[in-house]
Design a protein around this ligand. Structure first.
Ligand SMILES: [Zn+2]
Ligand SMILES: [Zn+2]
Length: 444
């Protein structure tokens, strides 16, 4: 039997050109900004105003000048709709408070509400999107301007995730004379403005597609998703066959479970079930990596065949392939399983001396996770705990598993933002160790 390579093998780079570890394919900064942006808070009239158009509700205050509106809007995100009394023609005005100032916009309705190009079903949707856009432009205007000019197609998330698939698709083509050679496609993408559901990231620059509607464009032929501006920078090498291979890797977890109508991503369930069947006593499970070629094959199968993927020992004799794929799936999530906002709460809880108080604090913090993240983490931690019960055979103690999983479940923030200071991974490892050992009391 071939000796199993101990080095972790992935088809995405593990270090950047400076030798620093790359823990993320997707950039979290703009997503974090959207999370912290003010949320719409309507200020309602005390009763329905007579003459209120059918397309407005209690947020409509009737005839009102901007000074009166200003005095009613006290908090960030407060808004109302009024009839402008200053002009001769009858116009509806949206008044909205952000950054301590009230802004006024002329409102239109043609079956949908709009201020400029974007159309919305409700005023609340319009305000939510407007607040995010204003917040982004104010906090990250420079970054947003730069991000379109700093992109490298070769290093884009699209290439990182799909280069291999594109090669494989080509290999399947009998017309290809030299199957090993990478030939560029010569077809432009067919981009259309798209309303993305859930949370999505630009496959060219790796940044979040912010807003709630018309966040960017999507190629009708291959599914490439991007910001409007980024899409203009793409070379004409659309690969339409890729559409059937776009499945689960690199997709936001909540978006994924909503698409598949499951509690947890099926990849996690399938891998865990397979490992419980034949991997629990295997030495170094989750530490030892699978072979590259088999991992590529399994990843393609999961992306293409979804839940129907066959991953039994007939197909993948080496169980480390299945374990590595599970880790890879988790590592490629745009929002880590332990999310950016919950991570610091857990690290802080480590400082609590009393064991029970500490565990209660961690339990409370984890309840702040989105439900799909919570369910998946709870399932995974129960599984890892069962792995530790056989550590005499598999040599994987809670400490060993935490060391392996911490960078995957709590990846480092953007290295650029850090300026060289590498965070203390030991804290992450201790936190995970505690969760694995106490998962039965921490989770409901
Ligand atoms: Zn395309
Ligand atoms: Zn972009």
């Amino acid at each position: 039997m071939e000796k199993v390579e101990r080095k972790e093998v992935y088809d995405i780079p593990v270090t950047d050109e400076n030798g620093l570890p790359i823990s993320i394919v997707w950039k979290p900064d703009l997503y974090k900004l959207q999370q912290e942006s003010p949320k719409p808070q309507p200020v309602f009239a005390s009763s329905a105003v007579s003459g209120c158009p059918f397309f407005y509700g209690l947020e409509y205050h009737g005839a009102m000048n901007h000074k009166e509106a200003n005095s009613l809007l006290k908090h960030e995100g407060n808004y109302l709709v009024r009839l402008s009394v200053s002009s001769e023609e009858k116009t509806y005005t949206l008044s909205l408070r952000i950054f301590g100032r009230v802004h006024h916009y002329k409102l239109f309705y043609d079956g949908q509400h709009y201020v400029s190009q974007k159309r919305f079903n409700t005023i609340n949707d319009l305000v939510a999107d407007g607040l995010v856009t204003l917040y982004m432009e104010s906090k990250a205007g420079k970054y947003i301007h730069l991000m379109h000019s700093l992109i490298s197609y070769e290093k884009s998330p699209y290439m990182t995730l799909n280069k291999l698939k594109r090669k494989t698709i080509k290999k399947l083509k009998p017309t290809q004379l030299n199957a090993e050679e990478f030939v560029d496609y010569d077809k432009p993408h067919s981009f259309k403005t798209h309303n993305f559901k859930g949370l999505n990231w630009c496959e060219l620059c790796g940044n979040f597609l912010w807003g709630f509607t018309q966040q960017g464009v999507k190629c009708e032929d291959c599914g490439f998703s991007a910001h409007f501006k980024c899409s203009e920078k793409l070379p004409a090498d659309c690969c339409p066959d890729l559409k059937i291979f776009r499945g689960v890797f690199g997709i936001d977890l909540t978006t994924h479970v909503k698409t598949y109508k499951t509690n947890r991503p099926f990849v996690v369930d399938k891998c865990v079930e397979e490992i419980e069947k034949r991997g629990m006593s295997v030495e170094g499970i989750y530490r030892v990596s699978g072979f590259q070629e088999e991992m590529d094959s399994l990843r393609l199968a999961l992306d293409k065949d979804g839940k129907a993927t066959i991953m039994g020992d007939q197909a993948y004799e080496n169980i480390h392939v299945v374990a590595s794929i599970l880790k890879m799936y988790l590592r490629l999530l745009p929002i880590p399983l332990i999310t950016f906002d919950v991570h610091p709460l857990i690290i802080r809880a480590l400082d609590i001396n009393m064991t029970w108080e500490r565990l209660a604090e961690v339990s409370t913090a984890l309840k702040k996770l989105p439900p799909a993240h919570y369910n998946t983490l709870s399932y995974l931690m129960a599984h890892l705990h069962r792995v530790t019960l056989q550590s005499e055979e598999n040599k994987m103690t809670a400490q060993n598993l935490s060391t392996v999983f911490a960078p995957t479940l709590m990846p480092m923030p953007d290295l650029i933002a850090f300026k060289g200071a590498i965070p203390d991974m030991n804290r992450d490892i201790s936190a995970l160790h505690m969760i694995i050992e106490n998962q039965n009391v921490i989770f409901d």
